[in-house]
Ligand binder design. Structure first.
Ligand code: CTP
Ligand code: MG
Length: 339
């Protein structure tokens, strides 16, 4: 008897590739979207520089890592010297400045792990989160962007997975599921493990880029134009990869034993990371190591109930891709909270 994870993909899986590619194209942000985003950045820069002339503004997250859809928000990081003032004081002052400059719904959210000001842009309607000196996020944004340039199937896969996660209600960290950032890392990890590989492990290669953020070294090979053909040996189509992705997380990954590590390009054991017991709020039921902040588990909000929900959703998706007549539709059916 073959176990479930040894199941082979259906033979007609490639009939769905054009449908998935069309979907990917429709999720990509338009040129108009990018122009509006730039206008928002420009008007924000103007507001900020009045109060903090030396502040530098960085875009991070999906508006800069190339994994953004037309529904994504705009994430901005202000880099500035702070003297005796606390980050929270600066955020409160920033909120005042933005209100004066007639941005909408300005709100300082100071109790979060990363305190931010949230607002929306009256011109574009985009929602925008602003944080201070969160340069690790700026560094991991560049890492994701560089990975995306190696094999276009990463972007295709990640767009479809993010879209699926949003519609199925499993992209909500405040409810104990996973962030978009975590899903992209899962996609990279998965493509690093294909045979033949679709993606390399950039942090294990020669370090051509180094950025030191408060003592944390962010270093990896960033000359990705040299890696354009890296994934060429791997001929898998996007439909096959999407099926294999869900199959991997449903049946293959060893949640009890392993930590997903994009930094290593493989899994490492929870024992080795000392992520074996619950520490404070970190339950470590699904372990995803941040590539730079290596003691940060991106799955730390996952609890006993949501790990079950996540695994059921992975299984549902794999099954639909395996047996359904129209998986391009059924895969993305919105989760019905009522029933
Ligand atoms: N981030 C991080 N650590 C986390 C969560 C997020 O460093 N635990 C940083 C990452 O740089 C990430 C950014 O914050 O890219 C924004 O996170 P998130 O909103 O989850 O992802 P986006 O890529 O912006 O996706 P979306 O399109 O859903 O906005
Ligand atoms: Mg975002």
């Amino acid at each position: 008897r073959t176990s479930r994870w040894q199941v082979e993909c259906r033979h007609d899986i490639d009939t769905f590739t054009p449908g998935f590619l069309a979907m990917y194209e429709s999720l990509k942000p338009s040129e108009e979207h990018k122009t509006k985003q730039q206008q928002l950045v420009d008007s924000l820069t103007k507001s900020v520089s009045k109060e903090w002339p030396d502040a530098r503004l960085h875009l991070y997250g999906s508006s800069a890592n190339s994994f953004g859809t037309s529904h994504s928000d705009v994430d901005v990081c202000l880099e500035m010297e702070i003297g005796t003032e606390s980050t929270v004081e600066i955020l409160l002052k920033l909120a005042d400045v933005l209100r004066t400059d007639s941005f909408d719904n300005v709100e300082a959210i100071t109790g979060a792990r990363v305190p931010i000001v949230r607002m929306s842009d009256p011109e574009s309607g985009f929602s925008c989160d602003i944080c201070i000196n969160n340069l690790l996020a700026v560094a991991n944004t560049k890492l994701l962007k560089d990975y995306a340039q190696i094999d276009q199937r990463l972007l295709q896969l990640a767009f479809l997975v993010k879209h699926w996660a949003k519609l199925r209600g499993v992209n909500e960290t405040y409810r104990g599921t996973l962030s978009s950032y975590a899903y992209v890392l899962m996609c990279i990890h998965f493509l690093q493990l294909r045979e033949p590989k679709s993606l390399p492990c950039l942090q294990a290669m020669e370090h051509t880029y180094t950025m030191n953020v408060h003592g944390t070294e962010c270093a990896y090979f960033d000359k990705v134009h040299q890696l354009q053909d890296f994934g060429a040996e791997n001929k898998e189509s996007i439909a096959e990869l999407l099926w294999a992705f869900f199959h991997y997380w449903a049946f293959h990954h060893n949640y009890k034993r392993d930590v997903i590590s994009v930094r290593i390009g493989n899994t490492i054991s929870r024992k080795q990371k000392n992520w074996t017991a619950r520490i404070g709020n970190d339950r470590h039921l699904m372990c995803i190591e941040d590539p730079f902040e290596t003691d940060h588990d991106l799955g730390r909000g996952v609890d006993r109930q949501t790990i079950r929900i996540l695994r059921e959703e992975f299984e549902r998706a794999a099954t639909m891709l395996q047996y359904d007549d129209d998986p391009c539709v059924t895969l993305f059916e919105p989760y019905d909270y009522e029933n």
